[in-house]
Design a protein around this ligand. Structure first.
Ligand code: URA
Length: 196
């Protein structure tokens, strides 16, 4: 596919993706979801267990905290395009459980193809990289979230990019969880203003 003319066409092409081996163990590719003319695109890492089964991004525990933070920041999920930098769920089977495995640089770089098509189709005013995998997905190079957080980068892809943490970081940390959550909400508020 050189360019997609609709989100449906793009999702159909992603469903056939064999650019890296992750498709083999996943239930399905999980395409981005939301309005084609969204002003804000939020980019996560990869689908988790729940997203792999549902075929939709951010419907599991990370999605629940993201939904809450978006609502607290005055953002409505209906107005946002949500996607991931990697479209298939990478995991390891442990008995009945499927444990998340972080995608490697090669997998993220192969999947940039799809992210680029989504960005060109939706053309949001602002893309938000949620965490280091998302940053690599948009930028094609590694970056440290602690160095990049809160900045708007104009030179990494087709549209300006704001960098913040991944919502699952808020589920993992033990100390200062409330203040980390408030900082994340402030980041999303800033994104809402930048995309207005
Ligand atoms: N984490 C992500 O990065 N994306 C999802 O869709 C779900 C969890």
């Amino acid at each position: 596919m050189s360019e997609a003319s609709s989100l449906k066409e793009l999702a159909e092409a992603e469903a056939e993706c064999r650019r890296c081996p992750l498709w083999r163990d996943a239930t399905q590719a999980v395409p981005g979801a939301g309005r084609r003319n969204a002003r804000l695109m939020l980019i996560g890492e990869q689908p988790g267990d729940k997203e792999d089964l549902a075929g939709e991004p951010f419907v599991g525990p990370a999605g629940a905290i993201l939904n809450k933070a978006m609502a607290d920041a005055g953002l409505s999920r209906e107005e946002i395009f949500l996607t991931n930098s990697v479209k298939h769920f990478k995991h390891e089977q442990r008995g009945k459980r499927r444990l998340h495995k972080r995608p490697n640089a090669g997998e993220i770089d192969q999947c940039r193809w799809w992210l680029g098509l989504e960005l060109r189709l939706v053309r949001p005013k602002l893309a938000v990289a949620l965490g280091a995998t998302a940053f690599r997905g948009v930028a094609g190079r590694p970056g440290r979230i602690s160095d990049l957080r809160g900045r708007v980068l104009d030179d990494v892809c087709e549209v300006p990019v704001f960098v913040t943490v991944h919502p699952s970081f808020l589920l993992r940390i033990r100390d200062n969880r409330e203040s980390a959550y408030r900082q994340f909400v402030r980041d999303l508020e800033a994104c809402g203003r930048l995309a207005a």
